[in-house]
Design a binder for this molecule. Structure first.
Ligand code: FES
Length: 81
């Protein structure tokens, strides 16, 4: 099977207020309607969600373009798409 490319949900990060101690599942396929988090839409694809554990409460910049080399977190890759 050829490598599948993720869908670009948006070319900017999703800023989310996370809570310390909570676990979040970041959507890596880009198809979720609950961006930036997984809603199960990846079923049948080669993508799986990525776990993010919040160590502290605050704003987190989750990757929206699904091309970050930093996993669930924005690394600015959206500027090169
Ligand atoms: S919906 Fe995208 S990884 Fe689950």
């Amino acid at each position: 099977m050829p490598d599948q490319q993720p869908v670009i949900a948006q070319k900017s990060p999703f800023v989310v207020e996370v809570e310390a101690g909570k676990t979040y599942w970041w959507c890596s396929c880009g198809q979720s309607d609950l961006q930036p988090f997984c809603d199960g839409s990846h079923e049948g694809s080669s993508f799986t969600p990525v776990e993010y554990k919040a160590n502290e409460s605050g704003s987190v910049y989750f990757c929206g373009c699904k091309h970050s080399a930093n996993g669930a977190l924005c690394d600015g890759s959206h500027e090169k798409l």
